[in-house]
Design a protein around this ligand. Structure first.
Ligand code: PLP
Length: 295
C-alpha cells in the first residue's frame, strides 16, 4: 500500500479477447525513468488522459471516465482503448494504494514513440491535495476569452476541442492569469460570449429555479462530476438542464459552481471582481454526496 503508485501498461488492441491483463501491467518506482525521449506525449502533448478520484479505496465514476477516454481516442485518431484492460488497470492500482484518504488517479494513453512502441500507456496515483479550504470557502473566478466562437468544434474538428488531450499548457496559462489578477480560477467564454468550462472543471449555475450547465456540444468536456451533480439534484426533485448560457446569464445567476473529479464542487464567490452569491449549504451537501460515491 503506497503512494505515489505508477503502472506502465502495454495497451492491447480493442478487439483482443484477452481476459486477464496482469502480464500487461508493470509496476514502476515512481521516481525512476520510465518514458523514452521520443515519446510523442512529452514532445507534442499528443495523447489523452483522465483523472479520477479514489476516496477511501473507492474509485469514483470509473465507467464515465472510461467512456470519455474512448471518446477522446476517437476524436484524436488514437487506437481505441481496450476498456476491460483499463478497468482492470484501475482495479489493480486501487488494490495497491492506501484505502484511506483521497487519491488522484491519472491514466494516460499516448500516441507512443515515433518509430518505436505505440501507443504507450501508464497510470499514476498520487495523494490528492487538501481541498477542504476551497470546498468550504469557494473560489474567486475571472472570465477569460477562449478565443473561439460557439460552434467551432463542428467547423474545425482538428482543434480536438471535445477531447481531454494532454495539451494543457493553455489551461494552465489561464489559471496563472487568474492568479495574476488576484483570483483563483477561470471560466472560459467563447469569443461571442457564451460560457464554456473552467480550465480543469465544468461550470454549473443556478438560474431561474433550475440548474444549468453548457451543453457538451463538442467544444467542452462532458464532466463526470457535473453528471453526478445532476443525478444528485434530480433525486432532490430539482430541475436540471443542458443548454447555452450567456455570460450575462452567468453574471445574474443565483449561484454557480466549478466541479471536477478531485477538487469536487467549489462555489464561485466572486466573478470578475464582483461578489457573487454562494449556496454553501448545498455545496457542503453536494460534496458529502460526491465523497460517498461508491462506483
Ligand atoms: N473540463 C475540463 C477542461 C477539465 O479538465 C475537467 C477535469 O479535469 C473537467 C471539465 C471536469 O471533468 P470531471 O468532472 O470529469 O473531472
Amino acid at each position: 500500500m503506497r503512494l505515489p503508485f505508477t503502472l506502465l501498461i502495454d495497451p492491447v488492441p480493442a478487439d483482443s479477447r484477452q481476459q486477464n491483463f496482469d502480464d500487461t501491467f508493470h509496476e514502476m518506482d515512481s521516481s525512476a525513468p520510465a518514458l523514452r525521449v521520443g515519446e510523442l506525449s512529452t514532445q507534442r502533448g499528443d495523447g489523452i488522459f483522465e483523472t479520477l478520484a479514489v476516496v477511501n479505496g473507492q474509485p469514483q465514476e470509473v465507467e464515465p471516465h472510461l467512456s470519455r477516454l474512448r471518446n477522446s481516442a476517437l476524436i484524436c485518431d488514437l487506437p481505441v482503448p481496450h476498456i476491460d484492460q483499463w478497468r482492470a488497470a484501475i482495479a489493480y492500482a486501487v488494490a495497491r494504494i492506501p484505502q484511506q484518504g483521497e487519491v488522484a488517479l491519472k491514466f494516460v494513453l499516448s500516441r507512443g514513440v515515433e518509430h518505436g512502441p505505440a501507443p504507450t500507456a501508464w497510470l499514476h496515483a498520487t495523494a490528492a491535495a487538501d481541498f477542504s479550504a476551497v470546498r468550504a470557502n469557494g473560489v474567486r473566478v475571472i472570465t477569460l476569452d477562449r478565443g473561439y466562437p460557439r460552434g467551432v468544434a463542428e467547423r474545425a474538428p482538428w482543434l480536438l476541442m471535445g477531447a481531454k488531450t494532454l495539451s494543457y499548457a493553455v489551461n494552465m496559462a489561464a489559471i496563472r492569469e487568474a492568479h495574476r489578477r488576484g483570483a483563483d480560477d477561470t471560466i472560459f467564454l467563447t469569443a461571442d460570449g457564451y460560457v464554456m468550462e473552467g480550465p480543469t472543471s465544468s461550470v454549473v449555475l443556478q438560474s431561474n429555479g433550475e440548474y444549468v450547465t453548457p451543453a457538451p456540444s463538442g467544444a467542452i468536456l462532458h464532466g463526470t462530476t457535473q453528471q453526478s451533480m445532476f443525478e444528485y439534484l434530480r433525486a432532490r426533485g430539482e430541475r436540471v438542464q443542458y443548454r447555452d448560457v450567456t455570460v450575462d446569464e452567468l453574471r445574474q445567476a443565483d449561484a454557480a459552481w466549478l466541479v471536477s473529479s478531485v477538487r469536487l464542487a467549489v462555489a464561485v464567490v466572486a466573478l470578475d471582481d464582483v461578489l457573487f452569491p454562494a449556496d454553501q449549504p448545498l455545496t457542503d451537501a453536494l460534496n458529502a454526496y460526491l465523497l460517498a460515491r461508491t462506483a
